[in-house]
Design a protein. Sequence first.
Length: 478
Amino acid sequence: MSAQAPDTRPRRSLPPARLALQQLSATDASFLLQEQDNAHMHIGGVAVFEGPAPAQAELLAHIERRLELVPRFRQRLASAPLPLARPWWVDDPDFNLDYHLRRSSLARPGGPRQLQAMVARVFSQRLDRARPLWEMYLVEGFEGGRFVLITKVHHALVDGISGLDLASVILDTDPEPEPRPPDAGGRWLRHPAPSRAELTLRAAIDGLRAPIALASEAAGLLMYPRRPGYRLSTLARTAQSVGSQLLDPAPRLPLNGSIGPHRRFEMRHFSLERVRHVKERVDATVNDVVLAIVTGALRSWLSERSVDLDGLAVRALVPVSLRSDADRGLLGNRLAVVRATLPVGVADPGERLTLIRDAMAELKRSRHLAAARTIIDLSDFAPPTILAQASRLNFSTRLFNLIVTNVPGPQQPLYLRGRRMQTITPVAFLPPGHGLSVAAFSYDGTVSFGLLGDLELLHDLGVFADGLEAALADLDSS
């Protein structure tokens, strides 16, 4: 089930927000609560550009202008002294763009291996919670006279489906950047940071508001008799599904175990036309083919690890966008997850794809996503302690073995200060107990896979990455 295509149009038509305080949604806050010492909940991308990199002053000025349109990237977290309410986004009084935009060079020969090692180091480091939750690295010295932009942003800030995070703000659809419109807003207005007393008061008010909102929700259900039955039935189905998976947990695999602080990263690129050719032959979706490619790579990798494949079904956590057209371009998270079954134990690649296609179609027909939307709406009333418990359950190794995400991107070239972006590879995150995440993104005729693995659990991540090509070739010929 593919996610909604990201809105990669430059956001110059959006007025800058002037809110001094904005509370995180329950979904956004859950990503903060899930973060542990070795499980960093940030996502990002690795974009390769033609030609020499822009000068530091030029790039700083470019980003400075664009940040006026998305003040969230100038904001940091603020929490009440006691965990009475979800945190708020507040303006960072010490915001320094030089801290967030860093510059480095690859050691020769400056090829993919060196770049992948740098990405692994960048994504091994936790973002500083005392600052706005993003970083950007401009990397010079990549092969072919090219440069690379690595973006890293906390999942609480963007969901990875609504856009290319910060890249969607600074990229243009034309080589020559469009002139800044007169209604784009003036310079950023920094609001003073709230005091501890103000945050405590707001938290107390928030705690009083929740039961009133719940009572209003209940009254609405009574006014519309059909709605309670619909919501209860969809919630019941979801609870039954989660309960059955807890009773019949995901298989124990070398993918899962205690993860350390260090990462490995691999990226691979394939023609989107090849993927489309496979999906059209069996009336599937691009996302079905992506899942089938991952399934084939898993089969060969697990075979190398001497895992018994007979009847093996691996569970993948697959994010799905719940955004409507009205939500496009907004920051924050509006997504649900489905747990897809990957039939690794099936030897025939064509049969694997058919099984995945049918299973994902059934998920689309079910009320699972409707229930997820209801759960998200109701979770905004939950206190942080309940959110933390729910977040830990949602990312339990009993429910899934790995994350697989696929986002359709723009099929026209994008530019940074006149330099064409050739490829962009997504980077997902590793929840506790999970050693591998696979992220795919299509852009300008190319599907790029980004594989993030734990340094120890996935010491042979390159073998898995090479298996992606073999799996696509098998689907081509099946």
